[in-house]
Design a binder for this molecule. Structure first.
Ligand code: MN
Length: 467
């Protein structure tokens, strides 16, 4: 049972929320009128002065798991603690006690008196207002988007990022569905490849219709939307075409001019699209709901990376519509024979020194196997950092991972290989591409392999000081 002491603004909202969640709530207030009003609303309310032990006993403190002291003035709060502490000994009880404070300085004093936790009310209101504002903002944006679509006369191109990831694909699917509801037909266009098994599985299992940019003329579309793209250069849209719509969670997307822009700092673009569908009350089927959930989970690395309150609430909204079996299939797709082969070679060629693992896998068909190998080998006992590389007819590709907090692997690769190719990434995951011509004229595969090992593997040992 929750015992709420004092029922002002915060108290009443809290009582409501707790009751909504099915919690048992008893409220104590000194005002007769307030108590009657609460009883009228079906609350268990007790009138009296809760700085007195008798009142607390009468309110049933003996069976309260949580006591919330919600009065504004610190004197009353302190007196209430006196009464509770007396009863703790007398009744042998030990409830969780949470007290409201107006400033953080009061918190220490109240904790000494026995508060398990404190609620700094100004922070609560600030947080709440901020979250509400973000939700309201999305609601307004959705209405604006509907207006924009009303102005589109003809087919729209939904342009995904180059080598689209699950977030981009799911966001494209959702926008297509949303636009169709408001009378606009569209094509989902991508460039590069659907490389990673996860993305291929998504496209196959969900039957997504994706059109490669090589097969269309983007100028022929009446409107263009960029979803989860970041910016020009990371998609098929040429800079000569100004998109109508930009929806993204990468802040650089703000550099792109567009009639409609919704760029907000959330974990996944799919969160933004989920909310559009939700606010517009557009029905969605299991496969779209599952795709959006999969995108949110993937982009936030299962809520461990950049997830916000809006991402949680979007997933919560999708949850009842998700096909869990399908979600499981998307999360653990079959591994291709090529990738298996690369994993095998990556294991066989592993060289480990002081927690650093380096592996040259030789010739590869699918560069997406490299990050998977780097991830996989990082799980080997005693390994803190992995660097896996291989080559095809054009380039050498690198992929690196680390659990070493002292290392920023993205910066390290950029420092080492940024000049001869492109390299970089995050503190824990990075990659790079170096054109084969950077290794000079070589005769035969063995010479090439040696040259690559010298320029990458050996250089890496030296750089990390284990050479
Ligand atoms: Mn994304």
């Amino acid at each position: 049972m929750y015992l709420l002491l004092g029922c002002g603004d915060v108290g009443f909202i809290l009582a409501n929320k707790l009751r909504e969640q099915g919690a048992e709530v008893t409220i104590v207030d000194k005002s007769q009128a307030k108590v009657e009003q609460l009883r009228g609303l079906g609350y268990d309310a007790v009138m009296g002065d809760f700085t007195k032990p008798e009142t607390l006993k009468r309110a049933g403190i003996a069976s309260a798991e949580v006591v919330l002291i919600l009065v504004k003035d610190i004197e009353t709060t302190e007196l209430t603690f006196g009464a509770i502490n007396q009863l703790k000994l007398e009744l042998k009880i030990d409830p969780v006690i949470v007290a409201r404070v107006t400033d953080v300085a009061e918190a220490q004093d109240l904790k000494k008196l026995g508060a398990t936790d404190v609620i700094p009310v100004s922070n609560v209101i600030a947080d709440y207002t901020f979250q509400k504002f973000r939700e309201l903002r999305q609601l307004i944006k959705e209405k604006q988007l509907r207006e924009i679509l009303r102005g589109v006369k003809g087919k729209m191109a939904i342009v995904l990022q180059t080598n689209p990831d699950p977030d981009s694909i799911a966001s494209g699917m959702a926008l297509k569905h949303y636009a169709k509801t408001f009378g606009v037909e569209s094509d989902i266009i991508y460039d590069g490849q659907i490389g990673h098994q996860q993305n291929r599985a998504m496209v196959n299992l969900l039957n997504v219709e994706l059109i490669h940019a090589d097969g269309v003329d983007l100028n022929e579309y009446k409107a263009h939307a960029l979803v989860d793209v970041s910016t020009y250069g990371n998609c098929a849209l040429p800079e000569t075409i100004v998109p109508t719509i930009v929806i993204d969670h990468h802040s650089v997307a703000d550099e792109v001019e567009a009639k409609y822009k919704d760029i907000i700092d959330v974990g996944a673009t799919a969160t933004i699209l989920t909310n559009y569908l939700r606010y517009a009350k557009v029905e969605l089927d299991e496969s779209l709901a599952t795709a959006l959930a999969f995108a949110i989970l993937t982009d936030t690395a299962d809520f461990t990376r950049g997830a916000t309150h809006l991402d949680f609430s979007a997933l919560e909204h999708l949850q009842p519509m998700i096909d869990t079996e399908l979600l499981y299939k998307l999360q653990s797709p079959p591994i291709s024979a090529d990738t298996c082969d690369v994993l095998m070679r990556a294991i066989r060629s592993s060289k480990i020194r002081s927690g650093y693992l380096i592996s040259n896998v030789g010739e590869i068909k699918d560069r997406d196997a490299l990050p998977q190998a780097a991830d996989f080998l990082l799980r080997r006992e005693g390994v803190l950092t992995t660097l896996v590389y291989g080559y095809d007819d054009n380039s050498v590709y690198l992929s690196a991972r680390t659990n070493d907090v002292r290392l920023h692997i993205g910066k390290l690769l950029k420092d080492m290989f940024g000049k001869i190719g492109s390299a970089g990434g995050h503190p824990t995951a990075a990659g790079g591409t170096i054109p084969l011509k950077a290794f000079g004229k070589l005769r035969g595969k063995r010479a090439l392999r040696g040259a690559i090992d010298k320029a990458i593997g050996r250089k890496f040992w030296e750089k990390v000081g284990v050479g």
